[in-house]
Design a protein around this ligand. Sequence first.
Ligand SMILES: Nc1ncnc2c1ncn2[C@@H]1O[C@H](COP(=O)(O)OP(=O)(O)OP(=O)(O)O)[C@@H](O)[C@H]1O
Length: 586
Amino acid sequence: MNYNLNNTDKTEQKSTSGKRLLKLLAYIKAEHKDLLRAFCIMIVSQSLTLTAPFVIGYTIDHYVQSKQFSGILLCSGILLGMYLVNFGFSYWQSLMMGGVGQRMLYNLRNAVFVKLQELPIAFFNQNKTGDLISRINNDTDKMNQFFSQSLVQFASGIMSMTGAGIFLLCINVKLGVATLLPGFMLLVFTRLISPLVKSKNAANMKSTGGLSAEIQESLSNFKVIIAFNRRDYFRKRFDQANQQSYRTAVSAGLFNNIFTPVFSFCSQMAMLAVLVYGIYLISVGQFTVGLLISYLSYSNHFYNPIRQLAALWTNFQMAMAGWDRISQILELESDLKVIPAGPAKENAPLISFNNVNFRYPGSKDILRNVSFNMERGKTYALVGPTGGGKTTTASLIARLYDPTAGEVMLNGRDIRSYTPEERATQIGFILQEPFLFSGTIQENIIYGNARYAEYTTAQLEEVIAKAGLDTLLERFEEGLATKVVSGNDGISLGQKQLIAFMRAVLRDPDLLVLDEATANIDTVTEQQLEAVLQKLPAHTTRVIIAHRLNTIENADEIFFVNNGEIARAGSFSHAMNMLLHHERSS
Ligand SMILES: Nc1ncnc2c1ncn2[C@@H]1O[C@H](COP(=O)(O)OP(=O)(O)OP(=O)(O)O)[C@@H](O)[C@H]1O
């Protein structure tokens, strides 16, 4: 399945934009009560704002020209009252909408994170971490900017325009049409140019994602860069990504900034129309000075929000481009679905591969029509040349991927019918590069292990001793309280493997897969690990992938994995011969 977020069909993206917008509404729907309240407040607040010019015009026509100061004072008092009420309402409404925006974003970020955790390994193979981080941080922030800051202005701007438009048409239809005409042209212009603005912003976000991926890659590989003195090479790559980001940002900026001058020009044209046509109507006695002043004020109430909307529209386009990139993740479905369980075969081996084929997207066949069984309580070794397919085979055993053809059975049942939780309790996996979290060894060991989650340090030490793991724990001066910092060098790779080993063994799995799990461990410790493996319950099956052949000497069965095939190697010496033969012939 194609999980590459930067390599999706553009036509498909375009056609789903409408649907995506509806999905965004689903996030807003949860806030419908607050939104309704804010909307009602907005209606009251805008009604007051729009009544003010009418009161001013009325005051001019009825009290100013006839110099009735008591009337002027009364109207001024009414206006002051309206402004004060409006002030309170606007503040309340901003607070409410700000909360709505922030809550919506909180839910959105959670949804993206939960989705990322549901997606299979293939997704992470096909996408760069830096780009994903950029989507979660930068793109959601674009939405944050729009929803928490601009949505209120956006909604009240549209309301002000609608109200002012109605007033303009009600006071004088012809003058109203003349005033609104530039606004209508603006609408057409915006409609035509918006897709381009959105695509320019999407391209800019994509290159920001690329830049972020470049930074992430060079920061996580800084030791190799320094050791090989490849600073220039990475500087050049960064410069290229930075230039690309600069170019797309400039191009997006050109389009983003086109709205403001065009909108200002149209608003000035509308004012000119009001003045020329309004003065003409006064001169022929069809209009009053007071009404013209009200009219000019309403034109302002119509065109000022339009000017603001020009800037807000850009924010909206950026938010929508961000939403498209986020929805790309949210719409992905894991292809590792749990299927209904069929009847389990009686007395079946723990693991069976039945005519399994496997290839990575775009790669050649890594396994071709492979069949073998693994029995309970036995130790199996997978040997073979580098890149032969050992880790891939182990990954299929743990269902990190599904075969492209054939089936993998666990306990006589298709492995796809087990939930991830069921699989995790039955299969323990120690990877070549174990991942540890920032925290103590204790926290890392009990991770995902409900049985020991509530154990005190003393209780856990007891369990560790019973499993024969105390000799490994003694390697750490502060024992279970030793601090581990993720991705940091405070702990050696070998020590990481020891912690991962303790973590896997304490889960008491039916099957323990060790992928080069002892490659960075000294021979004395390795013997201690071997002793722990021997002490595992009799039903535990072990699968060991190792290049150091002494590690697999005690295996019950050795499989030679190479060139799409998995062959039984028979004895240890036969496996050695196969390896030597392969080395000579390659
Ligand atoms: N995520 C991936 N995407 C595409 N190809 C991959 C991926 N992982 C591995 N491969 C390819 O699959 C083949 C088998 O790799 P695998 O890691 O299973 O070999 P291995 O026998 O475990 O090697 P090693 O002894 O070096 O660990 C290799 O040619 C490798 O390039």
